[in-house]
Design a protein around this ligand. Structure first.
Ligand code: TK8
Length: 367
């Protein structure tokens, strides 16, 4: 009897011990916030990231996704990351200029002519150097995703020339380069968080905004905006961020799982975004938007008007970085032309729609 009792209590102890062990491997859940809705390119890629983190960590890491700015605007989420009350997010680099001034480089109007140039610079040493500036500000910049080339929408009139922007109340991101650029071009530019934008367009608090085709579609801006002008005035990156406070507590293995999943989600996101962008203009027309393309001449006039903005970005980010960027762009352009020259002429009709944009002006920006 005694021995049976002893055996039983040993069994209970073992069961308790087992439960305690199971407690230790309880998944570590973290939150990943983003601004667009679940059905957007941002939402789709966030899901790819979360699934890969869970699979690669064998369920030890779990991601709680929070889209549609449920946790606040890009700026509010950044602040939560710095404080350590939120773990991860993806959002526009444009709202990080206050944290690391070098981020303003990506806001340079007409900097990149195509996505190849953007990928090369963002994933290369210049992109790394800029994202690494965030670390001692409490943020870890992991990878860049594509937001995309930005185009203009408004509810007043088609923008065919610079003067058409006069008096158009235009929402811009909370960023001095965007504000300065659009004020210089004559618009009445107002900075506003993306999370407030649909409501502001609907209530006519603002007349227009600028974002890539994908976002105009996924955020249903076509419901409250009549005119779309193809300007491709700037390439906008998104950046995946982690809270440095949280990051530093992860094991090297956990960090690796996150970095690998971030890279996989970036590759997925860029491809998905480009495919969607190639179809989106037709979709937006079908939804009733009136589309016009800014002419080469008008784009050139705008660039000339922006001379002081270019000069100011150069000063703000540092002349070394500015010149290195121009040189790197020159390298990408010449190496591409060299390989193109060796290649037999492509059969255009067999090629899918390239992820390139119609660029009004091809000349590299030089100030
Ligand atoms: C989403 C934003 C958005 C950006 C903007 O949170 O604010 O216009 O283009 O993608 O990051």
């Amino acid at each position: 009897m005694q021995s049976i009792r002893r055996l039983l209590s040993a069994g209970i102890l073992l069961a308790l011990f087992g439960a305690a062990q199971a407690q230790d491997v309880k998944p570590r859940t973290f939150t990943f916030g983003y601004g667009l809705n679940e059905q957007s390119n941002q939402g789709r890629a966030a899901k790819v990231f979360a699934d890969k983190v869970e699979a690669d960590s064998k369920g030890r890491l779990k991601v709680r996704l929070a889209g549609a700015a449920a946790l606040g605007s890009d700026v509010q989420m950044q602040q939560a990351l710095v404080a350590g009350s939120q773990e991860m997010m993806v959002g526009s680099t444009a709202t990080l200029v206050g944290v690391a001034k070098e981020m303003a480089l990506w806001d340079t109007p007409f900097l990149f002519s195509n996505t190849r140039e953007a990928d090369t610079l963002l994933d290369g040493p210049i992109g790394d150097r800029i994202r690494n500036k965030l670390k001692d500000k409490g943020l870890v910049g992991i990878v860049y995703w594509e937001n995309g080339f930005r185009n203009l929408t408004n509810s007043k009139r088609p923008i065919t020339k610079m003067e058409d922007l006069d008096g158009v109340k235009l929402r811009v991101m909370q960023n001095a380069v965007f504000l300065d650029s659009f004020r210089t071009l004559g618009a009445n530019a107002v900075p506003m968080a993306f999370s407030d934008l649909f409501g502001a367009l609907q209530a006519s608090t603002v007349d227009g905004q600028e974002n890539p085709y994908n976002t105009i579609l996924s955020s249903r801006f076509y419901e409250v905006q009549k005119y779309l002008t193809v300007t491709n005035h700037v390439y906008s990156p998104w950046i995946m961020l982690a809270s440095a406070k949280w990051w530093d507590k992860l094991t090297p293995d956990e960090q690796k799982v996150i970095v690998d999943a971030a890279r996989a989600s970036r590759d997925y996101e860029r491809k998905d975004t480009r495919e969607e962008a190639a179809r989106a203009m037709a979709d937006l027309k079908a939804k009733g938007m009136q589309v016009n393309e800014l002419s080469f001449g008008e784009a050139a006039r705008m660039r000339n008007r922006l001379t002081h903005v270019y000069a100011k970005i150069g000063m703000d980010v540092g002349m070394d970085l500015w010149i290195e960027t121009q040189n790197e762009l020159m390298n990408v352009r010449t190496s591409h032309h060299a390989t193109e020259a060796k290649r037999p002429a492509p059969v255009e009709a067999n090629h899918p729609v390239p992820a390139e944009v119609k660029r009004p002006v091809r000349k590299p920006s030089s100030t």
